[in-house]
Design a protein around this ligand. Sequence first.
Ligand code: HEC
Length: 285
Amino acid sequence: MKRLLIGAFAALLTVGATATLAGQSEDLQALRDYMQNRFPNLAFMDYANGSYALDAAKATQWESQRDFPPFLDHLDEGEKIWNTPFTNGKGFSDCFGSDPSKVRVKYPRWNAEAKKVETLEGQIVACQKANGEKPLKTKKGKIAYLSAWLASQANGQKINVIVPQNDPGAVAAYEAGRKFFYTKRGQLNMSCADCHVYNSGMQARGNLLSPVIGQVTHFPVWRGKWARATGGKDGFGTLQRRYDGCNKQVRAKPFKNQGDEYSNLEYFHQSMSNGLTIDAPDYRE
Ligand code: HEC
């Protein structure tokens, strides 16, 4: 039965044309225009609320969840992790600078020397390794608490992912991420864009599909689904953990967490929320 429903849903999809565009700012403009046309009554800032911005009844449920944020203790733990010195006496501030409110907005970014996209979680781990510490796992647990606390310190600042157009490596990484987003995969043969662009605002198996714009403002996220799997104890997960979930939905194999595919995807994906305000962490179903 489940399969049938999915099949019917997949068959309804519009086959979207993915014209090759000139670059990040053109992509951003094209997506904003597309969404504005699709959701004429949605204000730009409301995209940060994902599917809740599109459904008043869901929004009411969500608001009541938010009245009692389940993640405050985890945020405190994140702060503690930030302030705990490494065995060598140094700490995270030696890698990221002493002002924790300035960290979240720097990532993801292109490192021209290393020729790769750096994500916040990837750099947390790199910092630990450089200091002889045991690196944290990158999907959930402590890394999500630390990343969520850092994001919370940046609340009110705007997402502004920069792709230096004069650096061919940066442009290639962005293009690879963009291609990932628009490439069909998995047994269902669907792309991220099939669900989060061309079918945004539609129902898929009881879920209202959020538009790609605004999907990253509140990460790491506390998901009811993830919390239930731990008996309510820990619902936190990083953005790349969420990518796994969506890849599983189309029965595609997840990619390596913090590997080039996901980090390039993150580079493109986060930049499509440029201009939106960070409001993290937050609750999602
Ligand atoms: C079969 C449809 C489908 C595909 C394909 C899909 N997703 Fe999703 N995605 C969902 C559903 C359903 C949700 C939960 C409801 C929502 O927020 O859209 C979701 C949620 C998300 C969220 C969380 C949004 C939030 O506000 O917290 C992110 C981020 C995301 N998807 C990214 C992706 C990326 C990147 C891809 C491609 C790798 C992808 N999705 C592919 C169905 C899909």
